[in-house]
Design a protein around this ligand. Structure first.
Ligand code: AHM
Ligand code: MG
Length: 334
């Protein structure tokens, strides 16, 4: 590697030249995401020292207890994107309603975000994430962002995540491949570290909260039985890896192969994860890397959006592993 490296901003400019359809304004939004990610990485890293651990004592839009870092992350992401004037509205896990930002003609995008994924990890120094999906508005004359989102499918023009782990990694796609950047804390720059990420066709790990397996469709339990059987020739048993942060588990599957799933259970009859700002952005990214993402029965990116905080079952990762999961589910429902 050269001593200089490729910064996120440089990469975004080069992408723009390679793919003129990726307009300059999309680049501006991605640069702002990188800026918000740096602020969050700094604050997460020192949260225990500046009184930012623990709860604020309120529940968020989807009924979860809000952590101080959830609120900080939401405010940071909202402010960073609002500054651009390019976003008409923001759908966030932390906000009950769409946050309307601008009615002006240049506000051609809608941001959907989970500003702090894996909040249960904040106080134990576990991995956390920020997920984002950018939607291009179908019309820019009316000021009804919610109306524009509902009824369509969750196809985005750019999507990705930031993972705050042992290092801070930003992974994004504009539909042409997937690139990953690692934050060089001394330089204060994201540098290209994972070029053209391809999700291996098959992995050797599965990620799920198996404590709930008794409440799952029997087909899913059969899938787990299958992948945990010993058969060296077919690469089994798989190992179990579950961090409690979707971003971290999907990152593992994206880079090394594997599968993550969160099926419906008694407490979450529709699934736990949210379509617009958790499942769909990760689905766009994983598909752009050659992987697969579905509800178990339907491609995530083909699910019609019925409400902004809609939940769906999610199975995501290596194409062959997801296909196998789906076949076990289909067989149990025949
Ligand atoms: P969050 O957005 O409130 O953090 O919830 C999403 C998280 C995912 O990151 C993670 O995979 C899952 O919920 C963990 O749920 P559980 O504790 O039920 O296993
Ligand atoms: Mg989340």
């Amino acid at each position: 590697m050269s001593s200089c490296g490729v910064t996120l901003n440089r990469h975004i400019i080069e992408e723009e030249q390679r793919h003129p359809a990726v307009a300059g304004e999309l680049s501006e939004l991605l640069v702002q995401l990188g800026f918000a990610a740096k602020i969050l990485a700094r604050e997460i890293g020192r949260a225990a020292l500046v009184g930012k651990l623990g709860l604020v004592g309120e529940k968020n839009a989807t009924g979860d207890s809000q952590k101080k870092l959830d609120v900080f992350a939401n405010d940071t992401v909202v402010e960073a994107f609002a500054q651009t004037g390019l976003v008409a509205g923001i759908v966030s896990e932390e906000l009950d309603e769409v946050k309307e930002i601008s009615c002006e003609g240049k506000a051609r995008y809608i941001l959907c975000t989970d500003p702090l994924d894996g909040s249960s990890n904040t106080d134990i120094n576990g991995a956390l994430g920020t997920i984002f999906g950018l939607y291009r508005r179908s019309r820019t004359c009316a000021c009804d962002v919610r109306g524009e989102i509902l009824g369509r499918t969750a196809e985005q023009v750019a999507a990705g995540y930031v993972m705050y782990g042992t290092s801070t990694v930003l992974v994004y796609t504009c539909g042409h491949g997937v690139s990953g950047f690692t934050l060089d804390r001394e330089l204060g720059e994201f540098l290209l570290s994972h070029e053209d990420i391809r999700c291996p066709k098959r992995g050797h790990t599965y990620s799920a909260n198996v404590a709930r397996a008794g409440e799952w469709d029997p087909g899913i339990r059969k899938f787990i039985e299958y992948v945990t059987q010993s058969d060296r020739a077919s690469g089994r048993p798989y190992s179990l890896r579950y961090t409690g942060a979707l971003v971290a588990d999907v990152h593992r599957s994206l880079v090394e192969g594997g599968i993550y799933f969160y099926p419906p259970d008694l407490g979450h009859p529709e699934g736990k994860l949210r379509l617009l700002y958790e499942c769909a952005p990760l689905a766009s990214l994983v598909e752009a890397a050659g992987g697969r993402a579905s509800t178990g029965r339907q491609r995530i990116l083909e699910v019609p959006v019925k409400s902004i905080h809609q939940r769906v079952p999610l199975v995501i990762g290596s194409a062959d592993d997801v296909a196998l999961y789906q076949s076990f589910l289909a067989a149990s429902n025949r």
